[in-house]
Design a protein around this ligand. Structure first.
Ligand code: ADP
Ligand code: ADP
Length: 225
């Protein structure tokens, strides 16, 4: 089928640094795509451009046929809230909220009522086997538990794409495998696409496809031009 998310010839510079140099990639629904490559090669910048967080200097990002670069800021942030989920290396949960409230937050931000948001957050925490930390603050959970809570927060809105930047980078291998299994299961069961940045081959092994980013360019065996 046609790709869900497309980056075409993206360039991005930060001062004298070229982070992206005509990078192109396509993401299909339900696939787990690993962006690999050395530190500083442009992986995070590509992820941020795909997610509509960073604006490329030139080139285009298209989501479901819509030109993301041409959207107003308001539309783009609505797109991020409703269609995308995010997991970062250090969970980045809100420390003042309980784990349950953290997971419910993306739903609350899209207008879902408190009771319904908490019900869905509780269901997901249970499925991810971290229901026991629901009432705790992130600081009281272990690193592995916290990252599973972060995955729950990313999945709670049933996003079409989950962006994960080194999601296992701060975890031991057992917890890293659990997090990857949760993301792969989401892709298999709900058709969520997962775009993953990692430099670990062991983590990339969970993906359906690996694209190597080097000097701001993408080597994608299937799609790069
Ligand atoms: P990777 O994720 O592969 O480590 P990044 O996309 O984070 O690579 O960075 C690519 C290059 O762009 C690096 O040289 C990095 O220092 C630089 N860079 C990324 N973001 C910024 C920024 N906000 N300001 C300045 N330089 C940046
Ligand atoms: P990673 O290694 O996972 O890419 P970084 O530490 O390079 O993470 O980047 C983390 C954040 O800091 C990103 O949002 C990136 O855009 C920004 N960043 C990276 N390099 C620089 C830089 N040289 N100056 C300012 N911001 C940067």
């Amino acid at each position: 089928g046609s790709p869900l998310l497309v980056a075409d010839d993206l360039t991005k510079t930060f001062g004298v640094t070229t982070a992206l140099d005509n990078a192109s990639i396509q993401v299909h629904a339900g696939e787990v795509l690993a962006l690999m490559g050395p530190s500083g090669s442009g992986k995070s910048t590509l992820l941020h451009c795909l997610a509509g967080i960073v604006a490329p200097d030139s080139g285009r990002v298209t989501y479901a046929g819509q030109d993301v670069s041409a959207m107003s800021d308001v539309r783009r942030s609505a797109l991020r809230r409703t269609e995308f989920g995010f997991v970062f290396q250090f969970g980045q949960l809100v420390p003042e909220l309980t784990c349950l409230e953290n997971v419910a937050l993306p739903l609350r931000l899209t207008g879902v009522g408190r009771r319904e948001a908490h019900r869905r957050a509780t269901d997901l925490l249970t499925r991810l086997e971290v229901a026991d930390v629901a009432r705790k603050r992130p600081g009281q959970a272990s690193g592995g538990q916290g990252q599973r809570v972060a995955v729950a927060r990313a999945l709670v809105t049933d996003p079409k794409v989950v962006f994960a930047d080194e999601p296992t980078g701060a975890l031991d291998s057992l917890n890293g495998e659990r997090v990857m299994q949760l993301l792969v299961t989401a892709a298999r069961e709900t058709g969520t696409a997962v775009v993953l940045v990692t430099h670990e081959a062991r983590v990339a092994a969970y993906s359906d496809r690996e694209a190597v980013v080097r000097d701001g360019r993408v080597r994608d065996p299937e799609y790069a031009r």
